[in-house]
Ligand binder design. Structure first.
Ligand SMILES: *[C@@H]1O[C@H](CO)[C@@H](O)[C@H](O)[C@H]1NC(C)=O
Ligand SMILES: *[C@@H]1O[C@H](CO)[C@@H](O)[C@H](O)[C@H]1NC(C)=O
Length: 173
């Protein structure tokens, strides 16, 4: 019975940790770049996306902006507005051009948020984000930094492949 209690307590601990993890996620710039790249975002756009997310949400997936008070809120990494892009409240009209519930844009799964941000960009371009105009210089610098990350990544992949071949050769011998 006693051990059962211990087991229960440990299980509960894991469950609460899991719940906290699911709630919000704060990315580093490199992590977000990697995940967005894996989602098929153009390499040449990554630096700009990361800049925008940095300025809009501090890379926090759960960010909700209160800037526009009761008229609208902005949601998630790219702070899209519930006036135009997603719907947050049945009593508040939204053009809902992402066909998305805003709450889906603030989870730790960034698929929906990235997809919606692409809809925004397609319709309005980068200038849809006020941050963009102020950060073009920074975007250029980040682009250089990202290139360094990509180079490091490819170096790592080459090393991993070399190790794998080496092991394969050993097995064959
Ligand atoms: C992320 O945003 C949520 C919602 O605003 C906030 O509660 C949380 O503290 C933020 N996390 C960090 C690490 O800033
Ligand atoms: C593995 O073996 C092949 C053929 O014997 C050789 O060309 C290659 O250099 C070897 N690779 C490594 C990492 O030793």
């Amino acid at each position: 019975m006693r051990s059962f209690h211990y087991f229960g307590a440990i299980l509960l601990m894991f469950v609460s940790v899991a719940l906290v993890v699911v709630e919000a996620r704060v990315f580093t710039r490199c992590e977000l770049a990697r995940e967005m790249f894996e989602l098929g975002i153009e390499k040449s756009d990554l630096a700009t996306w990361i800049c925008i997310a940095h300025f809009e949400s501090k890379l926090n997936t759960s960010a909700i902006g209160q800037l526009n008070g009761k008229w609208s809120n902005n949601f998630g990494l790219f702070q899209v507005s519930d006036r135009y892009w997603c719907t947050s409240n049945p009593l508040r009209h939204s053009a809902n051009m992402c066909h998305q519930v805003c709450q889906e844009l603030i989870t730790d799964d960034i698929n929906a948020a990235v997809e919606c941000a692409q809809v925004v960009k397609k319709r309005q371009g980068w200038k849809a984000w006020s941050a963009y105009n102020g950060v073009r210089g920074l975007a250029a610098r980040l682009e250089t930094a990202m290139k360094h990350v990509q180079d490091t990544l490819s170096t790592n992949i080459i090393i991993i492949m070399a190790v794998v071949t080496l092991r394969l050769n050993r097995t064959l011998e």
